[in-house]
Design a binder for this molecule. Sequence first.
Ligand SMILES: Cc1cc2nc3c(=O)[nH]c(=O)nc-3n(C[C@H](O)[C@H](O)[C@H](O)COP(=O)(O)O)c2cc1C
Ligand SMILES: Nc1ncnc2c1ncn2[C@@H]1O[C@H](COP(=O)(O)OP(=O)(O)OP(=O)(O)O)[C@@H](O)[C@H]1O
Length: 283
Amino acid sequence: MEMTKSSSTLVNKNTITSIAIGGFDGMHIAHQELFKNLDEHGAIVSIESGYANLTPKIYRQEYSIHPIYYYVLENIKHLEGDQFIKLLKEEFPNLKKIVVGYDFCFGKNRKYCTDKLQELFAGEVKIIDEIKLDDIAVHSRIIREYLKDGDIQTANKLLGKEYKIYGHQIKGQGLGSKSFVPTINLKIKEFLLPKEGVYITKTILNEKEYNSITFLGHRVTTDGSYAVETHILGENIKNSNYTTQIKFIKKIRDNQKFNGFEELKNQILNDIESAKNYFINIY
Ligand SMILES: Cc1cc2nc3c(=O)[nH]c(=O)nc-3n(C[C@H](O)[C@H](O)[C@H](O)COP(=O)(O)O)c2cc1C
Ligand SMILES: Nc1ncnc2c1ncn2[C@@H]1O[C@H](COP(=O)(O)OP(=O)(O)OP(=O)(O)O)[C@@H](O)[C@H]1O
């Protein structure tokens, strides 16, 4: 198989013989199940609603070897069923197979669903039954709720990977190294942030992965502003201009207000111990 991680623009649409269609925010285990039904000339047709925040558009290709082609929902949602099929056939002249999930609907007022797709498309239509894990239906919207609750472990199970966000480094209050521990402060734009609190994480800097601990939330003990700060365990990393990636593993505790810097510092040192123990026990 010659197809490695390909950018959609590099693959000629004429070679595509099968497609999976959907929003695909998260590229979670149910999405991956759809992709398993693609052949080696398979592609992903991603319909952009503008709300993706688990794997925003530019970060999605990382999670599949199949090239992703993006379409804007606004531009295609008015189509009647036959017009939608016509568009797909124009885009992918050699299309033989379409893969969708049980709840896939399309076109004007979402009135065309899987039965219509089978009726209108002359090739093969593969419909995937609802994928569940431990009785939880796997959907982007469900995963978002677990993240907002701070239940990273369940979210990660449904994602089939560690939830990962990208950010760029910004200047902090300048208190960390002096009064607490050194942290990299991040500006996060398009990604959903988990609940406020302290998390065991891994941080990727310049392609190197480090064990870390990350605080997200309003710094209620100091200046009250919202921050995402990560402390690399056992290293003193200087702030640099690299794009930083944070993979979430587990929540340690909620955000808290402390009576003074001393108490906060002691708690941070405890948090660091918990995180270090976590990493010792899993390796
Ligand atoms: C592991 C860790 C846990 C933290 N927990 C809290 C907390 O519970 N409450 C809080 O107000 N700030 C918390 N902070 C944030 C500190 O207030 C912050 O690191 C400090 O204000 C220094 O900020 P600076 O890096 O912008 O200088 C935490 C920071 C770290 C690294
Ligand atoms: N749990 C699932 N089981 C089977 N198919 C699924 C499942 N979740 C999504 N799909 C299919 O994957 C494709 C992408 O769907 P979509 O982007 O709506 O995912 P989703 O996770 O259900 O998102 P949302 O929660 O926003 O509805 C669609 O064809 C959809 O039918």
